[in-house]
Design a protein. Structure first.
Length: 325
């Protein structure tokens, strides 16, 4: 039998120009931009910290390129660019296949006779904080840790899926902790749990690690009303050099406490025709007993076009250093 491999074919010409397809271009790739990712990692020294550097690099770079499904790895294990990104010394040898990568990802961090590739959860948790600390030549006087959650929409029957009314979708609700442009923590959570669930444990862990390097740095926790929880505020109040600023959900009781300021803002709006704000503060605690003590609440009485927009925060910052406005 004659074996014929076509090396190209022609399309209709474009005026006087020939239009043809050829398959003699050698090994080409559409993922060349990933080399910038490789250079970034070399500056961060992130992936070389792993004892399984090649496998972890292969998986991380593949995810960054959009190859989420491990089934893709049967073809990608021979991709020359991915071998370069993974640090493969012998480009003739294939990378790890889908089964090997699957065993790595499904490991529980505990010794197992069937899963010889494992990981250490505590080391992974500490890694992002280590990268953050290494970004500074000297300790800053103060850092602000921002706590937040956001939705990760689900499109199938994933374990723990839950319909979240606010986001109007089935989703997960992971916790994020950032400091400026640095991500210090990300923790996957189901959407039927409180936004602040587990945040105290994460904050304790990160603060301990930060204080080992920077013992005197002042730390401020910041978050919206989803993190206005007594356990977080109480913990901060018992620590040295740790403060907090959390949003407080609006309610009618709080509105009545700033009725005078709202009236002032409305009058100012009518006089100038522009948005008006009046700031005030007061000691406050909840009627339900969810707060263990009286705390400082700062309020913004804001009047927009056709409506009022009061906002509240609770904080441990002193009025002397941080007036209401």
């Amino acid at each position: 039998m004659t074996e014929c491999t076509q090396s190209g074919f022609e399309f209709h010409a474009h005026f006087s120009r020939r239009v043809e397809a050829g398959f003699d271009g050698g090994a080409v790739t559409s993922d060349a931009g990933s080399l910038l990712l490789r250079e970034t990692d070399r500056r961060l020294n992130l992936l070389p910290r792993h004892s399984l550097e090649e496998m972890v690099s292969q998986r991380v770079c593949g995810l960054a390129l959009g190859y989420e499904d491990l089934n893709d790895r049967e073809q990608l294990r021979d991709d020359p660019l991915l071998k370069v990104l993974a640090g493969k010394s012998d480009l003739e040898e294939p990378l790890a296949g889908k089964s090997t990568l699957n065993r790595m990802e499904l490991s529980t961090g505990q010794p197992d006779r069937y899963k010889k590739i494992t990981y250490w959860k505590d080391a992974i948790d500490a890694l992002l904080v280590d990268v953050f600390l290494e970004a500074f030549e000297q300790a800053p006087e103060q850092i602000v840790l921002d706590l937040d959650t956001t939705d990760v929409e689900l499109h199938g029957g994933q374990e723990g899926r839950f319909f979240h009314g606010y986001y109007d979708e089935y989703c997960y609700l992971p916790l994020y902790v950032r400091c400026g442009e640095h991500l210090l923590c990300v923790r996957l959570k189901e959407a039927d749990r409180d936004a602040a669930a587990g945040s105290l444990a994460e904050v304790r862990r990160m603060v301990q690690q930060i204080r080992e390097r920077w013992p005197e740095v002042r730390i401020v926790l910041r978050g919206d009303s989803g993190f206005c929880r007594d356990e977080l505020m109480d913990w901060c109040e018992r620590q040295h050099n740790i403060d907090y600023v959390f949003g407080v959900a609006r309610n009618e009781r709080l509105r009545r406490l700033i009725a005078v300021q709202l009236a002032e803002a409305k009058a100012e709006r009518e006089r100038t025709g522009r948005m008006a704000r009046v700031f005030t503060e007061f000691p406050h605690t909840t009627t339900t007993g969810s707060w263990s003590r009286v705390r400082r609440v700062v309020a913004k009485a804001e009047q927009l076009e056709g409506k009022e927009n009061p906002r509240f925060v609770v904080t441990s910052l002193s009025a002397g250093q941080w007036p209401a406005q």
